[in-house]
Design a protein around this ligand. Structure first.
Ligand SMILES: [Fe+2]
Length: 349
């Protein structure tokens, strides 16, 4: 019988293990699997690096000290899928005509829907790694500074950024430079909050996602001193984005960060209502609403139906914010149904 072992309560076999060298690890990349070491005396390996953790200078130094010739990695993504998505995303840059880009974007949308909206055993890291590789634009020194704040938040930011880019395609924005700017802006939404993030602030972020004002009310009752920081974070993240110079293809989208917690019903941070928000403002706030704080570990099959369930959840529960997001929810649902059903009708803009 083949020898199996457990990582984070999931069963793996030796077939899942690949050998890599420490030189294969690149600073600034996200680790695609668990880097582990097997001891003959223990049934399960010791984890050196978790799947989804960013590779930092410290990671490399820590592993180098172990003086191991080769490292064992149990990958949590599918190389062929990741490579396919990278190729599809890069191709978007080379297409000259809008009709070509529109047509091509359907293929990308289909891949993502199949990866994480249906029960098809997709891996979240396939999506996160490919979008990160193609669109992430921050230089290494800044990436290191993000890591120092929190590697967990860094990975959550890459998931929000991936989802915002996907939403751009869903809403019919398939210009490569535009998607890249949306990716990097979405990455920055909460970056000003993540330094010294207290337990209460962390809770407030999640509660605000559940219902308007819920996070602010909670903070007011348990840690009122932090309320102003919470309310100001869109402005602070905006100032940070502005200070970044040439990372973005255009500076036109920066201001949209300011409205990341507006929902057009007067219950947002700035109480804005009855205003026509731009789609790209809604892309950012919707992506932030859609993707919760990360606590789970990455593993193969972890994306299966993940976003399909979330979509169903949001259709039922967005309350007064529903009107603001309705066009997005409807369009997403339309794509969801379109690729799920055998009998397909044309999706029109
Ligand atoms: Fe935020």
């Amino acid at each position: 019988m083949e020898k199996t072992f457990q990582i984070k309560n999931l069963t793996y076999s030796q077939e899942d293990v690949r050998k890599i060298s420490i030189h294969d690890l690149k600073i600034g990349k996200i680790c695609g699997g668990y880097i582990v070491h097997f001891f003959s005396t223990r049934p399960n390996p010791v984890i050196f690096v978790h799947a989804g953790d960013p590779i930092t200078k410290e990671t490399i130094e820590r592993l180098a000290k172990k003086k191991l010739q080769t490292l064992n990695i149990c990958e949590s993504f599918d190389r062929a899928k990741r490579d396919k998505l990278v190729t599809l995303l890069k191709k978007l840059k080379t297409l000259r005509f809008e009709e070509e880009r529109a047509f091509h974007s359907q293929e990308i949308i289909k891949e993502i829907l199949e990866g994480c909206f249906y029960e098809t055993n997709g891996n979240l890291l396939d999506m996160i790694l490919s979008f990160h590789e193609v669109f992430y634009a921050f230089p290494d020194d800044m990436t290191e500074s993000f890591f120092k704040v929190s590697t967990e938040d860094y990975v959550r930011n890459t998931e929000v950024a991936f989802f915002a880019s996907f939403l751009s395609l869903v809403m019919g924005y398939y210009d490569f430079e535009f998607i890249q700017d949306i990716y990097n802006l979405a990455f920055l939404l909460d970056v000003s909050l993540q330094q010294n993030l207290s337990f209460h602030l962390h809770q407030a972020i999640e509660l605000e996602r559940e219902a308007s004002s819920k996070g602010r009310d909670h903070l007011f009752s348990v840690s009122p001193n932090e309320l102003s920081r919470f309310k100001k974070h869109p402005k602070m993240s905006y100032e940070f984005a502005k200070s970044l110079g040439n990372i973005f293809n255009s500076k036109l989208l920066h201001e949209n960060i300011l409205n990341q917690h507006e929902w057009g019903d007067g219950t947002g941070f700035n109480g804005k209502e009855q205003r026509d928000f731009f789609d790209w403002e809604i892309i950012l706030s919707f992506a932030d609403l859609f993707i919760g704080q990360r606590v789970a570990y990455f593993h193969k099959g972890d994306a299966s139906n993940k976003y399909g369930l979330r979509l169903r959840d949001l259709r039922l529960k967005t309350g007064s914010r529903k009107i603001y997001f309705s066009r997005f929810l409807d369009r997403l649902q339309k794509y969801y149904d379109y690729y799920k059903e055998e009998d397909k009708d044309e999706i029109t803009a």
